[in-house]
Write a protein of this length. Structure first.
Length: 371
């Protein structure tokens, strides 16, 4: 295990690795917590796209005015207004929203858009979902009688609903902030894993590779110990950051820190596999570093580590399904919300598939070089 321990020493000796490993995620935690605490007392700016324009949606709009300032906008304005922070969240009411509820059909879902962790928008989402569920129940009890329906809706509005929202949104926003923080952790894992795997190329360039093989070390043993050392680095990073989040900042990271660890650890393996694939196909260290920048950054951005995938166009959302970060972020969000590992088995399976594909790419390249 000489190669294994030597790699660990080399990795932890470099300050850049330590900054990416610990400093970047911790800074993200602090900043997101500050933004979240500031936004809890701020008045929300809510963008509303009402494609239904009915009495029911007018009542919903009136109710939402208690949550923040309402601005009627078009759907095409949402992306720019959220990015420019003109609005904190956007609500899109579908055309058939009211008719579906009154006819007791599966109503078209109201879409919501916001930047994760930067606003208290999850309380609005809870409000909208609760309003919709209540409207469905009232419509069912009214048996198609519109007068009874709207009278029932008035009685519902008189209830002490605001206290319920206030009680719930703190937990939801904490989970949302934790998800955003873990997005930056996933980002740092991608960059760190792809950077540390360049040690393989450094060994080749400096002649260490040939000297090891001349001393009787087999190539398989060398690669196995290298990959194992890279994975252990990922595990150390994940353990440290999750511990800091849970016990240092008391972040809401879900009921099971173990489940979250499993998701991130599996993604760590996929990240290491990506780094090994890049190094296996690079001719030299400079080419590897350039490829890391060209590959890692789009993977992080498309996966939703910086912003929710929903604000991207449909084309980019479809493309994002082909990067592992998308499935890692999806699994992380669900686990934080209380889902079990069985519930995210699809996401875990896809992440594992990415890891296998990346390792196969690196192996095929090595076979080609050998031939």
């Amino acid at each position: 295990m000489t190669i294994f321990f030597n790699n660990l020493k080399r990795i932890f000796r470099k300050k850049t690795n330590l900054i990416i490993m610990f400093v970047v995620p911790i800074v993200a935690i602090v900043l997101i917590i500050k933004m979240m605490s500031a936004s809890t007392t701020a008045n929300l700016n809510i963008g509303l796209v009402d494609n239904s324009n009915t009495k029911l949606t007018a009542i919903l709009k009136q109710s939402l005015e208690k949550q923040g300032t309402i601005t009627v906008i078009s759907k095409s304005q949402i992306k720019d207004m959220i990015i420019n922070q003109t609005i904190d969240t956007a609500i899109v009411i579908p055309k058939d929203y009211t008719s579906d509820i009154l006819s007791q059909k599966d109503s078209s879902k109201i879409q919501m858009y916001s930047i994760k962790g930067t606003s208290n928008a999850s309380s609005v989402q809870y409000f909208v979902n609760s309003f919709t569920d209540a409207a469905k129940n009232i419509a069912k009890a009214s048996n198609g009688d519109n007068t009874k329906f709207y009278n029932g809706l008035k009685d519902y509005q008189k209830g002490d609903f605001s206290r319920e929202v206030k009680y719930t949104d703190g937990k939801m926003d904490s989970q949302e902030a934790s998800s955003s923080t873990l997005g930056y952790l996933i980002m740092s894992m991608v960059y760190l894993s792809t950077m540390v795997t360049t040690l393989i190329l450094k060994d080749k360039e400096y002649g260490v590779y040939n000297r090891l093989f001349a001393s009787g070390v087999k190539s398989g043993k060398y690669m196995l110990e290298c990959i194992l050392s890279f994975i252990i680095v990922m595990v150390i990073q994940i353990t440290a950051i999750l511990s800091i989040m849970k016990y240092g900042f008391h972040s809401a990271i879900g009921p099971s820190i173990f489940n979250l660890f499993v998701v991130l650890a599996l993604f760590g393996v996929a990240s290491v596999a990506l780094g090994v694939a890049i190094c296996s196909n690079a001719k030299n260290l400079n080419q590897a570093n350039a490829t890391i920048g060209l590959v890692a950054t789009p993977i992080v951005m498309l996966g939703g580590c910086f912003w929710p995938r929903e604000i991207m166009g449909s084309t980019l959302q479809n493309i994002s399904n082909f990067v592992p970060t998308t499935w890692a972020m999806d699994a992380v969000s669900k686990v934080i919300s209380g889902s079990s590992l069985m519930d995210v088995s699809k996401q875990l399976g896809i992440i594992l598939l990415f890891a296998v594909i990346f390792f196969v790419i690196s192996i095929v390249r090595k076979v080609d070089v050998a031939n």
